[in-house]
Write a protein that binds this ligand. Structure first.
Ligand SMILES: Cc1cc2nc3c(=O)[nH]c(=O)nc-3n(C[C@H](O)[C@H](O)[C@H](O)COP(=O)(O)OP(=O)(O)OC[C@H]3O[C@@H](n4cnc5c(N)ncnc54)[C@H](O)[C@@H]3O)c2cc1C
Length: 305
């Protein structure tokens, strides 16, 4: 059984991509178009996020299983502690194992609703923090487990030192690697990596990349993450607000420049948040020279190492 741990221990630059579970048939079609378009890139893994409600959670399990069954891709299922008892979590983890999914990204999740900083209320028979979820998953079999990391720090953390301590706790609980929240600058990544390493967390940390291609999306991402975008990027996107093409160009240029710096800084890979679309990911990789020049729907291949 191939794991993300194995993949990341191989030399080279590891490209990975993230999808969210589709809400209806139309979205499912869009997702599968993106999956098929990205499959020839042979990413190290593809991950599927875990939603807040029952039906979206079922769809995460279904999509992850289908990726395992019908594609050449290695799927990673996200799992959150939100609203689940430990018994339910065991059941979900068991469902993944039953369909051959042995790679899980363990995150605590945010409270249901639109405010990610609303009061966190644990399920009475559930878990409080991601480190407990890592421990639970590892206790249930040979899973490779990833965790989240935050540039700056998680907005709920009291200070950087506390944030780092709890991150190290997740690694000590058994995490093999981490993926960062979307980054705006390579320095945010190198600072995070340096403080994790200094505190003893020596696992691969994959930088989260999400080309921000419109002012509206930038504002939405700031609201969701609690992380301010660089003023210069915000100004440039605001100046072309409503011009889809110009916004796209700015977003891609920014992502390409940042990815080049990340590679230069020795990042082990690039993790793309795709929003279930392939174009921005393929464009960024192409402009970095990481996709075969003759890239086409049928024949793209990532040049690594
Ligand atoms: C790569 C990535 C993927 C994500 N995927 C999803 C997804 O699929 N679905 C979804 O709903 N959300 C997802 N999220 C969002 C994530 O669930 C939220 O950001 C959440 O608020 C934090 O999750 P965490 O796993 O980092 O939590 P934790 O590591 O538990 O940390 C949460 C807060 O508690 C503190 N803390 C941690 N451990 C302890 C402890 N033992 N005692 C006291 N305080 C502690 C931390 O410092 C932090 O402030 C993702 C985020 C990232 C970066």
């Amino acid at each position: 059984m191939v794991t993300v741990r194995d993949r990341l221990s191989a030399p080279g630059l590891h490209i990975s991509v993230e999808f969210y579970p589709p809400r209806d048939d139309a979205e499912e079609g869009v997702l599968w178009h993106a999956i098929r378009r990205l499959e020839p890139l042979q990413p190290a893994f593809v991950s599927v996020t875990y939603g807040a409600g029952g039906s979206s959670r079922d769809r995460t399990i279904r999509v992850t299983e289908r990726i395992a069954r019908e594609t050449t891709l290695l799927p990673v299922a996200h799992l959150t502690a939100v609203g689940h008892s430990v018994t339910e979590l065991r059941h979900v983890i068991g469902s993944y194992a039953a369909v051959g999914v042995r790679n899980i990204l363990a995150v605590r999740g945010d409270p249901p609703g639109d405010d990610p900083l609303a009061d966190w209320v644990a399920h009475p028979e559930g878990l409080d923090y991601a480190d407990e979820l890592v421990t639970l998953i590892r206790s249930l079999g040979d899973f490779s487990v990833g965790v989240a990391a935050f540039p700056g720090m998680h907005p709920r953390s009291a200070d950087m030192e506390t944030d780092t301590r709890y991150f190290v706790g997740k690694v000590r609980a058994g995490a093999d690697y981490a993926i960062t929240q979307m980054l705006y600058t390579a320095t945010d990544y190198t600072d995070l990596r340096a403080r994790a390493l200094a505190a003893g967390a020596d696992v691969p940390i994959l930088p989260g990349i999400m080309p921000v291609t419109s002012y509206g999306r930038l504002r939405r991402m700031q609201d969701l993450s609690g992380q301010a975008a660089p003023l210069e990027l915000a100004e440039r996107l605001r100046a072309v607000d409503g011009d889809t093409k110009a916004g796209y160009r700015i977003g891609i240029d920014h992502a390409v420049a940042m990815c080049a710096e990340l590679i230069e800084a020795g990042a082990p890979g690039l993790h793309f948040n795709t929003f279930n679309r392939s174009r921005a990911t393929v464009d960024v990789l192409s402009e970095l020279g990481l996709v075969d020049g003759a890239a086409s729907a049928a024949g793209v291949a990532v040049a690594t190492g």
